[in-house]
Design a binder for this molecule. Structure first.
Ligand SMILES: Nc1ncnc2c1ncn2[C@@H]1O[C@H](COP(=O)(O)OP(=O)(O)OP(=O)(O)O)[C@@H](O)[C@H]1O
Length: 715
């Protein structure tokens, strides 16, 4: 481990994590990763301070456990199952003590047999029966437990999956794209394990309780039984000493806790290696990968890089577990403890030499003691392990609830919008007042001092160079981000004061980088207007207006087609092309046919994709008479359309928009700009020319130049 010795003068914001601050940050190399942990200055020199901190964490986190238990108790249909599960666990916890009791009885019989040379056959039968019954009951209880486990754990999982869905659904763009937030969401979803956090916590709490019951019941039975045995307490003490010695040697693993830490890698070879893995694994790259003939080159590069970075590479957690947690060498106490395991036998041998006549009784006692000490120390181990992981588990519960409280960067307003529902159909006014904007983490202005006004019902077209800021203007209107400086007004009101849901309801937007959702085509269109998502007629009308109805109808599953099925079919691991297996002929087509599975995928052309996206916008904006939309935003809606489709789209838009205010971003002059009330010509984050088509032509500036350039192509 070494400290970083650079940039003492680095800018440090109060309360934020600064990896370059050498007084507060510990740096550890973990394979190709660099781990930076914040050292808490006040506590670092106090012995045992971290344990104290851990206790404080518990105190902070326990209310969340209470909250979770209340949440779990709200799933009423599970009550009987929970009750049964609790009873089964409780009964199972008493079983080892019961077993011990029977063994104690056996010991008494042996002792009596040694002393009196007689055996009580009836008692022996009863005890034998009791032991068998005990085993049977235990098996039965375990079977019932397994049967109850699945319905309970899956109910909890489902309940908390909905909770996580809600937590994700409420996040805005800059918050969601933040990598720290992504990590927080990930941690809350998995809890780092196979089961859900809720089920893990429930079983852990129950486990601690039942282990305590197990220990108390065993100790009382053992104490009672051994009181009457020669050397009973001595052997028990020796056995327990050994198991406690192991416990003392066990120390909590130095897991990274929830404190402030961050890990990064600057190893270019490793990063490139990961990039190559994705390139070859993800279907979205396959077309270019194949067409570009990249296989041979990338394979050679992959091999070269893999050799160069060596074996100590992998996901951070994988490397951390192996190099840091399991990296400790074998200790002297570890070896000493192994020898201590034989101590009860040594004590027994010495006593046998001293009192040879007591050998049979002592032998049975030794057997009883070593067995019960084994179960006992197993229980102690369980308890320690459970309490050791309690802090982690409880912290996971807090994570589960904390994700609901992640603050959005775009803060909601309070004023309802619009004041007049009727009026909004005739459009809204829009004003940008000295708006500047930088994307999060970017030093460059994407927009700089942008001001313009648009009256109710006007058509505005934004034209300009690539990267000049056209799309960004549209994104700010729907408040995907807020301006860094300046204000935006809709109908004279600062959009930051308006209720976000109302503002977005009043706007229909088609982004340039639209995506299609992993749902059916019907749902893809329907989600344009969630309020009318069940209205089949509207969906079909939207498809017709967007120019997508014809090709959708030609697809085998029509509107039910999934463009990219979110759940894939599963197949056995036979190598593709296998024709025979152990002499039998085999073929996937039989099982595929029986399951009505298809290996076909439905590809759409770029233009068809765009028509689908336009249909989604139409679903919201122009289809309904009761629409509450007053502002339509289109970012390059015709980029992938053929000239006829483009012409039809604009004609339809002009006809259907009524009086709604409309804003287009476009590279194409003509079809739209000629009808525009206002054209904004942009370059390098600034508006450099504004006016109508005629005004800008007269002005003889850049707009006129590009217009003439495009017009000449048709001469
Ligand atoms: N998510 C983002 N994060 C950081 N910078 C971004 C992001 N999106 C865009 N930018 C930057 O902001 C500037 C404006 O981008 P914008 O997408 O608004 O341009 P545009 O005029 O719509 O371009 P085009 O004509 O190519 O669509 C560009 O310099 C771009 O690199």
């Amino acid at each position: 481990m070494k400290r970083r010795g650079k940039s003492r003068g680095a800018t440090r914001r109060k309360g934020t994590f600064d990896p370059d601050d050498t007084t507060r940050v510990k740096h550890t190399r973990v394979g190709v990763w660099d781990l930076y942990e914040e050292i808490t200055p006040e506590l670092q020199n106090i012995p045992g301070a971290s344990n104290y901190e851990r206790f404080l964490e518990w105190k902070r986190d326990l209310p969340y456990v209470w909250l979770m238990l209340k949440d779990i108790s709200s799933i009423r249909r599970c009550w009987p199952l929970f009750f049964s599960y609790f009873c089964v666990e409780f009964a199972l916890a008493l079983m080892p003590a019961m077993n011990l009791w029977f063994k104690g009885q056996l010991l008494t019989i042996v002792q009596r047999a040694v002393e009196t040379r007689t055996v009580d056959k009836n008692l022996l039968m009863q005890i034998t029966l009791g032991v068998i019954l005990c085993k049977l009951i235990m098996r039965l209880l375990r079977w019932v437990k397994l049967k109850l486990q699945w319905p309970l754990s899956s109910s909890l999982k489902q309940h908390f999956t909905t909770h996580l869905f809600e937590a994700r659904a409420r996040l805005d763009v800059p918050t969601f794209e933040n990598e720290a937030i992504q990590a927080q969401l990930e941690a809350a979803s998995t809890g780092g394990g196979h089961f859900s956090i809720a089920w893990g916590t429930f079983t852990m709490l129950l486990g601690v309780f039942t282990t305590a019951v197990q220990l108390i019941s065993q100790v009382s039975v053992l104490w009672h039984t051994l009181s009457s045995q020669m050397d009973g307490h001595l052997l028990a003490a020796v056995g327990l000493f050994q198991s406690l010695a192991e416990v003392v040697q066990w120390k909590s693993r130095g897991r990274l806790r929830d404190g402030v830490w961050a890990a990064t890698t600057k190893n270019h070879d490793y990063i490139k290696l990961q990039g190559l893995k994705r390139l070859v694994a993800f279907s979205e790259h396959r077309k270019e990968f194949v067409a570009g003939n990249m296989a041979q080159y990338t394979l050679a590069l992959f091999k070269h890089l893999a050799t160069k970075v060596g074996p100590n590479v992998g996901e951070f957690w994988e490397v951390y577990e192996n190099l840091i947690l399991h990296g400790s060498p074998i200790s002297v106490t570890w070896i000493f403890n192994a020898a201590l395991g034989e101590l009860p036998q040594i004590v027994f041998a010495l006593r046998a030499v001293q009192y040879p006549s007591s050998i049979p009784v002592s032998l049975t006692t030794l057997h009883l003691v070593s067995q019960s000490v084994n179960t006992f120390s197993h229980s102690v181990w369980r308890l320690i392990e459970q309490t050791g992981s309690i802090a982690d588990q409880i912290a996971s519960v807090r994570k589960l609830y904390d994700v609901m409280k992640i603050p959005n960067q775009v803060v909601d307003g309070t004023i309802p919008f619009p004041e007049d529902e009727q009026k909004i159909r005739h459009g809204v006014s829009l004003e940008f007042r000295h708006v500047s904007f930088k994307y999060p983490g970017s030093e460059e202005f994407a927009l700089h001092d942008i001001s313009f006004k648009l009256k109710q019902g006007q058509l505005c077209v934004i034209v300009g160079d690539n990267g000049s800021g056209k799309s960004t203007i549209l994104k700010l209107i729907v408040r995907l981000h807020d301006p860094t400086e300046g204000e935006i007004f809709v109908d004279g009101k600062d959009i930051r004061t308006l209720k976000l849901a109302d503002l977005r309801q009043a706007i229909s937007v088609l982004f340039q980088d639209y995506t299609h959702f992993p749902l059916t085509i019907r749902d893809n269109i329907a989600l344009g207007d969630p309020q009318h998502a069940e209205d089949e007629d509207r969906i079909r009308l939207a498809a017709r207006l967007g120019g997508s109805e014809d090709f959708i109808n030609k697809l085998p599953d029509g509107f039910d087609t999934y463009l990219d099925r979110p759940v894939k079919d599963l197949y056995g691991g036979l190598p593709e092309g296998t024709k025979t297996l152990f002499g039998r002929s085999v073929d996937y087509s039989a099982v595929r046919g029986a399951g009505e599975m298809s290996s076909k995928t439905h590809g759409l052309s770029g233009g068809q994709m765009q028509r689908l996206a336009v249909s989604r916008t139409f679903m919201r904006s122009v289809v309904s008479d009761d629409s509450r939309v007053g502002l339509l935003l289109f970012d390059e809606p015709s980029a992938s359309l053929d000239p006829i489709a483009e012409h039809d789209l604009f004609a339809r838009l002009r006809e259907l928009r009524g009086n709604k205010t409309m804003l287009f971003s476009s590279h194409r002059f003509g079809n739209l700009t000629r009808h525009a009330d206002l054209i904004l010509y942009m370059r390098s984050s600034h508006i450099i020319e504004t006016g109508t088509h005629d005004e800008l032509l007269k002005h003889q500036g850049d707009y006129a130049r590009i217009w003439n350039l495009q017009a000449q192509a048709f001469l």
